[in-house]
Every structure is written in C-alpha cells, then in structure tokens.
Design a protein around this ligand. Structure first.
Ligand SMILES: Cc1cc2nc3c(=O)[nH]c(=O)nc-3n(C[C@H](O)[C@H](O)[C@H](O)COP(=O)(O)OP(=O)(O)OC[C@H]3O[C@@H](n4cnc5c(N)ncnc54)[C@H](O)[C@@H]3O)c2cc1C
Length: 400
C-alpha cells in the first residue's frame, strides 16, 4: 500500500453531472469533499461528435445550490450563443466550466477499490494510493452497463461495437454499417454515419418509430402546459409531472412505478431528426438471430430469413443497470448491498443499505424513478444527499 493520505469526510467518485452537482452542494454547505474522475468523460468519450442533447435547455442545467452555474451563466461568461437542440461539445464545455468553478482541485485519478473500513471506507486509487473516507458518494454513471445482444458475443470488436464506444463515427466513412435499435441513439447515429459518408441501414424489432417533440406548441399553452409538463423534461404530458416528484412517485405501487417509468423513457426519436433520417432505410419488425464472420466482413441473419453482409454492426441497444458491474465495489461491500434486478435499493439521501454509501445517477432509478437518470435530476439528488449528510451530522451519528 503506497501513500497514506489523511482521512477525508466525503469522497465523491465521478465528475459527470451528478458528481459535480453533489460536490457543489456539499462544499457550499462547508463539507470537506474530495472528488475523483475525468470531468464529463462520458459525454466526451462515449457519445459521438455532432450529437445533440435530447433534454431541452431548461432541463440541462447541472444543479448548484445558488443556481449561479446554469447553462445561461456559462453562455454569458463565455459570450456564447448556443443553438437548440444543444450540441454535445457545448454541453461538455459547460460541464468542464462547472467543474472549474466548483472543483478546481478535481483529482482525475480513477478509483480501483472501495472497501469497508472501521472509520468508513478504504479507497484505493488506480496508482495504488489509499485513503479512508467516512462517507462515499458513487456517481460513476452508466458506462459499465452497456447492453449487447448475445449473438455478438464472439464477434471481434472490429466488426461490432456498442454505440457507447464511439466519440467519432467519421471513421466509418465509405463502410456499410447496420445499426441495431429504434431509439434516439440508433437513429441519430444512423444520421451521423450517413452524413459522414457511410452506407447505413437501421434494423429494429419495432414496427415503426416513436417520435417525441413533434408538437412543441403543447409546451406553450400557458398554465395548461405547466400543469402537464415539468421543466425537468422527462416523460410525456402528466407523467412528466409525476416523475418530477420522486418522493411522490416512490409511494405508488411497484407495478405503477414500473409502467410509468417505462412510459417516461421508452425508446423514441426526437422530432428534429426527422428530415435527417428521411432517406435512411429502416427494416422494421426484424431482429438479428445469428452473426458470423465472413472474411473481413460480418454476415447477419435476420428473423425474416434474410441476410446482410456488412463492414460493421453498431449496437444502439442501450444500457441495463447492474450494480455488480461496478467492479471497484469490494465483494465485502457488495455482500451487504441490497439489490433488486441489478439496482441498489436506496433510502432517503440516496443512501444504500451500507450506511454512508450513497449511489447517484441512473442506478438510483429503481428507488427514485427515471428522473435520476437525467441531468435535470441533479437538483433532487444533491438536495437529498445534503439533507441526509446534515441530519447525520446533527445527530452526531457517523459524523461527516
Ligand atoms: C447517448 C446518450 C445521450 C444522452 N443524452 C442526455 C440528454 O440529452 N440529457 C440528459 O439529461 N441525459 C442524457 N443522457 C443520460 C446521461 O448519461 C446522464 O444524464 C448523465 O451522464 C448522468 O450523469 P452521471 O454523473 O451520473 O454520469 P456520467 O456523466 O457518466 O459521469 C460519470 C463520471 O464518473 C467517472 N468515473 C467512472 N468510473 C470511475 C472510477 N472508477 N473512478 C473515478 N471516476 C470514475 C467518469 O470519469 C465521469 O466523470 C444521455 C445518455 C446517453 C447514453
């Protein structure tokens, strides 16, 4: 064991929207916080150049307690006029600016191990340094949860990849690419591939695409719109309001929560993509049943009996939470973590069944609903976290 850093009160693992927002709230409340990770790395490395945000302007502010670090403040300070939908490079710039304001001392090293310690948690960094933190906030996102159809398990990476493995689809120029999926990632990747000079076909199980945002006037009906749509911008009319209130949402029976959550975030495509994908062939109602290497290409068999021979298959097949894939959580911690269907079961403050271990972002969605998978959920998550940290401090219990 190398190094012997002083104990810290709270370690925040992750420097994406959730980790940065949590750090902003905790530091503003005078807590000693160390923050780890590469700032906005998921947005920079796991999403393609040219992509635009799905969330609207009002739902894309990373929360800070004084609301001083909004997208508007960023644009004012940098003298920027951003187009809408928000381009990803601008959002990455915003997140990095937020980080420079709140966590200028960010430690970019990654965390290798978190294990229980009598004073809290022992944390080991990638370079072997260790320290003890009384409380740990895990905000490392969904990168580890890529979901891939098993048909591609044995196919070499040169021939198949997940959409979350690319930050530049330009490398497929001149190639034939089959994109699997029917959500925003699939169709936006298809548009970017086509625009980069690839030959593209989209293959999906659905019989048609679902569109969102085709009726923007519904958001401009004054009071009626306000009653139906939350500014958090997750879900359709009515459901948008319900999922924006996680403490209400979680009181509903589980089957209602599940149905509502699915309805809020089921695969759909933003209306602004329509003209860009108009001439891209889409094979609906089909799925891949087999894939085999054929020379330096890939032959895929579809459920309708047809075949495609392509240079590459891009799996825009989403993410499935499985907390066991956070391989830095020691087995001795995992044993005490209550989990259902891959999600940790969390209580107030997004605290897990291991006291002092908080889990923010998408893994919190089983306990608090779909909003915590989006940037607009940062205000709720950080406020909740701080509330519990304060309560614990004033009880003198597990003082942080
Ligand atoms: C294609 C795509 C488009 C999306 N578009 C939107 C959108 O428009 N609006 C929206 O609200 N949401 C969108 N989302 C959801 C988005 O992922 C979340 O809103 C957001 O990234 C959640 O932030 P986070 O802080 O939980 O995780 P992330 O942004 O993934 O941040 C994770 C952080 O953890 C760090 N990290 C990871 N492992 C370690 C480790 N071992 N040690 C230390 N640090 C570590 C990383 O470096 C990074 O800093 C999109 C998702 C995808 C896949």
């Amino acid at each position: 064991m190398k190094g012997n850093s002083a104990d810290c009160q709270i370690a925040v693992l992750g420097a994406g929207p959730y980790g940065l927002s949590a750090a902003a709230y905790l530091r503003a409340a005078g807590r000693e916080v160390r923050v780890f990770g590469q700032p906005m790395s998921f947005w920079q490395d796991q999403m393609p150049k040219g992509m635009c945000l799905r969330s609207n302007w009002g739902a894309s502010h990373i929360a800070d307690p004084e609301k001083k670090l909004t997208l508007d403040a960023f644009c004012r300070e940098k003298n920027l006029q951003l187009s809408k939908p928000i381009p990803i490079d601008a959002f990455v710039g915003y997140g990095q600016w937020f980080q420079s304001q709140v966590v200028p001392d960010l430690d970019r090293r990654s965390i290798q191990l978190v294990e229980p310690d009598e004073k809290g948690f022992r944390i080991t960094l990638a370079d072997g340094e260790t320290f003890v933190s009384r409380r740990v906030v895990v905000a490392v996102g969904i990168k580890s949860f890529q979901s891939r159809p098993p048909e591609f398990d044995r196919i070499p990476a040169a021939l198949v990849s997940h959409s979350g493995e690319h930050n530049n689809l330009g490398k497929f120029k001149g190639k034939s690419v089959a994109v699997i999926g029917a959500g925003q990632s699939a169709l936006e990747s298809a548009a970017l591939l086509r625009e980069a000079g690839a030959q593209v076909e989209v293959i999906c199980r659905r019989q048609s695409l679902r569109w969102v945002g085709l009726h923007p006037q519904l958001h401009h009906l004054g009071l009626a719109s306000k009653m139906l749509y939350s500014p958090r911008d997750v879900g359709p009319a009515g459901i948008s309001r319900l999922v924006a209130a996680p403490h209400v949402f979680r009181k509903f029976p589980r089957w209602i929560q599940n149905r509502t959550a699915y309805r809020a975030i089921r695969p759909a495509v933003a209306g602004w993509l329509k003209s860009r994908i108009a001439d891209i062939p889409i094979s609906f109602g089909r799925q891949i049943v087999a894939a085999e290497v054929s020379g330096d290409r890939l032959r895929v068999k579809l459920s309708d009996g047809t075949e495609r021979l392509v240079d590459h298959v891009l799996l825009a097949t989403g993410y499935r939470v499985n907390i066991a894939r956070y391989d830095f959580l020691a087995p001795s911690l995992m044993r005490n973590l209550k989990v259902t269907d891959g999600y940790p079961i969390l209580k107030r403050g997004l605290e897990s069944s291991v006291a002092g271990l908080h889990i923010l972002g998408k893994p919190a969605a089983y306990s608090f609903g779909p909003i915590v998978g989006f940037v607009s959920g940062t205000e709720f998550a950080s406020t909740e976290l701080l509330r519990v940290v304060r309560a614990a401090d004033s009880n003198g219990h597990r003082k942080t």
